[in-house]
Design a protein around this ligand. Structure first.
Ligand code: HEM
Length: 242
């Protein structure tokens, strides 16, 4: 079992690291354990697709199979987005380093399901009638918002490799990936708008709460980090001037 990383002066001991259930989990995993965990996540993340394929063959897609497929793929894209957004706050709260090693895969699964969702809409719902799709994007606000969120996801997926992180530089990469602060609200709005027309916003409301809380925690953490570095700069300059 690897040692838990020392808590920083800024954050103190992570909140959940004081809870026995969490403190028993190692903060760092050995490479073979990490490989197994990645394989597990990969298998789990493919289950929704396997379920759809199974339903397709078993005739379980209901009275409106196209709607079922589009909705299911969209929901799983949103779920994987929420999983991805949870990873960094989880690290802050527990001190575990290993969830970060799963972040790229969960982000790419979000993009994977979003792409299948869009493909199902373009191919199964619209039969590749691009003029009708364009009209839909212009005329139906929830489609406009979905389209915008998908466009913003593309550069994030395209820059997810180590090579791209190196080429962009860590800071620029981080800046680019802050687009998630726009993408998550857009996706929730896309979901909400579509369901509002049917007077059924319970599910989107839950996702709005979850995504809102996850984004708020991140913003709060960044704000505290800024406060901390401003305070330490002020301290060091007053020491120098003494
Ligand atoms: C070009 C981009 C997009 C288009 C054209 C599009 C299209 C659609 C359509 C037509 C529906 C309604 C299906 C129906 O009830 O018949 C839908 C629902 C949904 N979409 Fe999208 N979408 C796009 C992007 C996205 C993205 C990027 C995500 C998530 C990352 C997403 C997540 C969802 C969710 C969660 C629903 C609601 C599912 C439900 O009602 O259970 N969509 N989308």
């Amino acid at each position: 079992m690897a040692a838990r990383p020392a808590a920083t002066a800024l954050s103190g001991v992570p909140l959940l690291a004081r809870v026995p259930l969490f403190s028993r989990v190692p903060a760092v995993l050995a490479p073979p354990a990490l490989v197994r965990l990645r394989a597990l996540l990969f298998a789990f993340a493919l289950l929704p697709l396997a379920r759809l394929v199974y339903f397709g063959f078993a005739g379980g897609l209901g009275a409106n199979p196209v709607e079922f497929v589009i909705r299911s793929l969209g929901t799983w894209a949103l779920v994987m987005l929420c999983v991805t957004l949870t990873i960094t706050p989880l690290r802050w709260a527990t001190g575990w380093a290993w969830p970060v090693r799963l972040r790229r895969m969960s982000g790419l699964f979000c993009f994977f399901y979003a792409s299948l969702h869009v493909l199902a809409y373009v191919g199964l719902d619209q039969w590749f009638a691009f003029d009708a799709i364009l009209k839909d994007i212009v005329k139906r606000p929830y489609i406009t918002i979905g389209f915008a969120s998908y466009l913003l996801l593309i550069p994030l997926a395209a820059t997810s490799t180590n090579g791209m992180v190196r080429r962009l530089g860590g800071r620029n990469w981080q800046r680019l990936h802050r687009a998630v602060y726009i993408i998550a609200p857009l996706v929730v709005a896309h979901f909400w708008w579509q369901r509002a027309a049917k007077n059924n916003v319970h599910e989107p409301a839950l996702y709005a709460l979850l995504a809102g809380a996850l984004l708020a925690v991140r913003l709060l953490h960044r704000w505290r980090e800024r406060q901390g570095s401003t305070a330490s700069r002020a301290n060091s300059s007053s020491t120098v001037s003494r």
